[in-house]
Write a protein that binds this ligand. Structure first.
Ligand code: C2E
Ligand code: MG
Ligand code: MG
Length: 656
C-alpha cells in the first residue's frame, strides 16, 4: 500500500510538473508570438513614419524654396525699381523694371494651386504683391516724363517692406513647423526604439524560457524513456536484467557468432522457503542469490532473473568452462543464508546449453537449457549439460505442467505404497503413499519428475487431494480385507498455511469413513517453522481431529528443536540419507542415534526410512527406533501388490 501510495504521489508530481511545464511553454510561445507581432508593428510604424517624414520634409522644402524664389524675385523687382528711380527713370532701367514686374506671380499661383500654404497668408501676400506692382506701375506712369521721382522712393519702400516681411515670415513659419514636426518625429522614433529594444529583450527572454522549458521537457522525456526501457528489461526486486534482457543478450551473442553458454539456474528449495518463511523471506533470499550470482560475474557475463526462483547466465565460455562456472555458482549458492534468524540451506539445479553446439538461436538455447536444468532437477540438483538423448521434445516444464493438469483429470496419478514395519516385532505397521504418474507416452514417472513443477504451478493441491482420496479409499479396501493399515500421505508445505486444509482432511476422512487415527500427514520439518502462527493453527486443528503428524526427512531441514516442544508432532521420520549409510559411516549413525534419543525424550515415535540392508535394520533395533521403511523391507508397490505382500507377511520379516 505504502509503495503504491508513494508511486501514486510521484506519478501525480510528475503529471503536475508536466502540466506546469506545458503551461509555461505555451505562455512563453504566446508571449514570443505577441512580441514578434509588436516588433513587426513597430517596424511597420517606423517605416510609414519615415515615409511620412520624407514627404513632409520634401513639402516644406518645396515651400521654402518657392518662398525663397519669391523673395529673390520681389527683391530683384525692388532692386530694379530702385535702380530705375536712382537713374531718374532712364529708358534702359525702365525696360529692366518692366521685365521684372509680376515675376513672382507664377510661383504664387503655384502655391495657391497646390494649397501648399495657408490660404489667408497667401491671400495677404498676394494682396501686398499686387498692391506693390500697382504702385510700381503708378511710379512708372508718373515718371515717364522725367519728373522728379524722389517722392516715390519712400512710397515704394513703404509698400515693399511689409511684402518682404510677409514672404520671409511664411518661410520662417514653415521652417519652424518643419523643425517642430521633426522634433515630434524624433520623439516618436525614440519611443519606438525603446519599445523595440524592450520587446526584443522580452522576446529574447521568452525565447530563452521557451528553449529552457523545451530542453527540460525533452530531457525529462529522454529520462522517462530510459527509465521505461530499464523497467522493461530489468527485474524490480533484484535489479538484474529480466527475460526480455536475456533474449536481447542472446540474440546479440548469436549475431556475434562467438561460442557462449547459457546457464539456467532454478533454486531447489525456494518454494519451501516462500511457503514456510513467508514472501518477505522469499524476496530476501532472491536478492541474496542475485548478489551471489553477481559476485561470481566476470567481464562479459550477463546475469538475469527470469522470474520466480529462476535465474540465467550468459557466459562467453565453451561447454566445459560453463560447467565449471556452474559448479562454482552451486558452491556459492549452497552457503547457508540467514533468513528470519534461521540459517537456510538452499540448493539449485543448473542446466547448460552452449552455442553453437546446442542451438542456433535464443529460443532453442533457452529450451535446451531448460531441458538440461530439468534433467539436473530430476537428479536432485547439480549441473547438467544439454543432452539431445534426454530431450524427448515434451520435457519442458510448461508443457509438463499443462500435461499434468490433464493427466490428473484423466486419473493418470497412481499411488504406490511402501510398507513400514515395527522394528521390534518386524510386523507391518503402516504404509506410505507415494505418488507416480502413469504418463501416456513416457511411462511411469517418479514424483521427482513432476512434484517440483507441480509445486511451482500450484497443481500440487490437486495432486495432494488426488493422493489423499486414493489412499483413503485404499485404506477402506484393506480394512474390508481385514488389514487395518495406517497410511501416511506426504503434504506440501503450502497446505500448512491454508486455513481450509483441516476441513479438506476432515471431509475426506468422513467421505471414506476412515478413523483419523489411521491417517498420518508427513510434512517436512521446515514447513513447520514458517509462518508459525498459521502453520501452528492448522497443525493444532488437525491434531484436535485426531490426525497424526509426522516430520519427514528429519535432520535435513532448518527447523529449530524448540518447535518440537511448542508444537509436538506424533512422529519423527529420519531422513533416508542418514539411514542408508549409517552402517558404513559412524557420523551418520551418530546422527540417527541422536534423532532417536531426541524422539524418545520428547516421547515421539521415530521412523527410519531408507533401510536398505539387514545391518541397518538391526542397528536401528539396537538404537530403539520404533519403525522402519526401506527397500530392504519392500520397495513402494502398487496397492494390489502390497495387499499380496501384506497377506504374505503376516509373519515377521527376516533377512533377505
Ligand atoms: P519421501 O516422503 O521422503 O519418500 C520416501 C522416498 O524414499 C520415496 O521416494 C521412496 O521410494 C524412497 N525410498 C524408500 N526406501 C528407500 C531405500 O531403502 N533406499 C532409497 N534409496 N530410497 C528409498 P519416491 O517415491 O521417489 O518419493 C520421493 C519424494 O517425493 C518423497 O520423499 C516425497 O517427498 C515426494 N512425494 C512422493 N509422493 C508424494 C505425494 O503424494 N505428495 C507430495 N507432496 N510429495 C510426494
Ligand atoms: Mg514421505
Ligand atoms: Mg522422507
Amino acid at each position: 500500500m505504502k509503495v503504491n501510495g508513494a508511486g501514486d504521489r510521484s506519478a501525480r508530481g510528475r503529471w503536475a510538473r508536466l502540466l506546469h511545464a506545458r503551461a509555461t511553454a505555451r505562455s512563453a510561445i504566446a508571449g514570443t508570438a505577441a512580441g514578434i507581432v509588436i516588433l513587426a508593428a513597430s517596424a511597420v510604424l517606423a517605416s510609414t513614419g519615415t515615409a511620412d517624414t520624407t514627404e513632409e520634409v520634401r513639402r516644406v522644402q518645396t515651400i521654402t524654396q518657392t518662398m525663397n524664389k519669391i523673395s529673390v524675385q520681389i527683391n530683384s523687382e525692388d532692386a530694379a525699381l530702385r535702380g530705375y528711380l536712382a537713374t531718374g527713370g532712364t529708358e534702359y532701367r525702365r525696360a529692366e523694371l518692366v521685365g521684372k514686374l509680376g515675376a513672382a506671380r507664377a510661383d504664387l499661383d503655384w502655391l495657391q494651386r497646390t494649397n501648399a500654404v495657408d490660404r489667408a497668408e497667401l491671400d495677404a501676400i498676394r494682396g501686398s504683391y499686387e498692391n506693390y506692382n500697382r504702385i510700381v506701375l503708378d511710379i512708372m506712369a508718373h515718371t515717364d516724363d522725367g519728373a522728379n521721382v524722389s517722392g516715390y522712393t519712400d512710397l515704394a519702400s513703404l509698400t515693399f517692406a511689409p511684402l518682404r516681411d510677409s514672404v520671409l515670415a511664411i518661410g520662417d513659419h514653415h521652417q519652424q513647423e518643419l523643425s517642430a514636426y521633426l522634433t515630434e518625429v524624433n520623439r516618436r522614433a525614440d519611443l519606438l526604439q525603446v519599445v523595440a529594444v524592450a520587446t526584443i529583450c522580452v522576446v529574447l527572454a521568452l525565447f530563452a524560457l521557451c528553449a529552457w522549458v523545451l530542453i527540460g521537457y525533452q530531457r525529462r522525456a529522454e529520462r522517462q524513456a530510459a527509465q521505461r526501457l530499464h523497467e522493461a528489461t530489468h527485474d524490480s526486486l533484484t535489479g538484474l536484467g529480466n527475460r526480455a534482457k536475456l533474449h536481447h543478450e542472446l540474440d546479440a551473442a548469436v549475431r556475434r557468432g562467438l561460442p557462449f553458454s547459457l546457464l539456467l539456474i532454478d533454486l531447489d528449495r525456494f518454494k519451501e522457503v516462500n511457503d514456510t518463511l513467508g514472501h518477505h523471506a522469499g524476496d530476501e533470499l532472491l536478492v541474496e542469490v542475485a548478489h551471489r550470482l553477481g559476485d561470481d560475474r566476470r567481464a562479459g557475463d550477463v546475469v538475469v532473473r527470469l522470474g520466480g526462483d529462476e535465474f540465467a547466465l550468459v557466459l562467453p565460455a565453451a561447454p566445459d568452462q560453463a560447467q565449471q562456472a556452474g559448479h562454482r555458482i552451486l558452491d556459492a549458492l549452497r552457503r547457508p543464508i540467514s533468513l528470519n534468524d534461521l540459517l537456510v540451506d538452499i540448493d539449485a539445479s543448473i542446466g547448460v546449453a552452449s552455442y553453437p553446439g546446442d542451438g542456433h538461436d535464443a529460443e532453442q538455447l533457452l529450451q535446451h537449457a531448460d531441458v538440461a536444468m530439468y534433467d539436473a532437477k530430476r537428479r536432485h540438483g547439480g549441473v547438467a549439460a544439454y543432452d539431445p538423448a534426454l530431450d524427448t521434445g515434451d520435457t519442458s516444464r510448461l508443457s509438463l505442467q499443462s500435461e499434468l493438469r490433464q493427466g490428473i483429470g484423466r486419473g493418470e496419478l497412481v499411488v504406490y505404497y511402501q510398507p513400514k514395519i515395527d522394528v521390534a516385532s518386524r510386523r507391518p505397521c503402516g504404509a506410505e503413499a507415494l505418488v507416480r504418474w502413469q504418463h501416456p507416452t513416457r511411462g511411469l514417472l517418479g514424483p521427482d519428475a513432476f512434484i517440483p513443477p507441480a509445486e511451482e504451478s500450484g497443481l500440487i493441491d490437486l495432486v495432494t487431494a488426488d493422493v489423499l482420496n486414493q489412499a483413503l479409499a485404499q485404506l477402506g479396501r484393506w480394512a474390508a480385507l481385514g488389514h487395518e493399515l495406517p497410511v501416511s500421505v506426504n503434504i506440501p508445505a503450502r497446505s500448512l498455511t491454508d486455513e481450509a486444509f483441516p476441513g479438506v482432511i476432515t471431509d475426506a476422512l468422513a467421505r471414506h469413513r476412515v478413523p483419523p487415527r489411521l491417517l498420518t500427514l508427513e510434512i517436512t520439518e521446515s514447513a513447520v517453522v514458517t509462518d508459525m502462527e498459521r502453520a501452528g493453527e492448522v497443525l493444532r486443528r488437525l491434531r484436535e481431529r485426531g490426525v497424526n503428524i509426522s516430520i519427514d526427512d528429519f535432520g535435513t531441514g532448518y527447523s529449530s528443536i524448540a518447535h518440537l516442544r511448542d508444537m509436538p508432532p506424533h512422529e519423527l521420520k529420519i531422513d533416508r540419507s542418514f539411514v542408508m549409510k549409517m552402517s558404513e559411516d559412524t557420523r551418520d549413525e551418530t546422527i540417527v542415534r541422536a534423532i532417536v534419543d531426541l524422539a524418545k525424550n520428547l516421547r515421539l515415535r521415530v521412523v527410519a526410512e531408507g533401510v536398505e540392508n539387514e545391518d541397518a535394520l538391526r542397528a536401528l533395533g539396537d538404537l530403539g527406533c520404533d519403525e522402519a521403511q526401506g527397500y530392504h523391507i519392500s520397495r513402494p508397490l502398487p496397492a494390489a501388490e502390497l495387499t499380496a505382500w501384506l497377506d504374505r507377511s503376516g509373519m515377521a520379516i527376516t533377512a533377505g
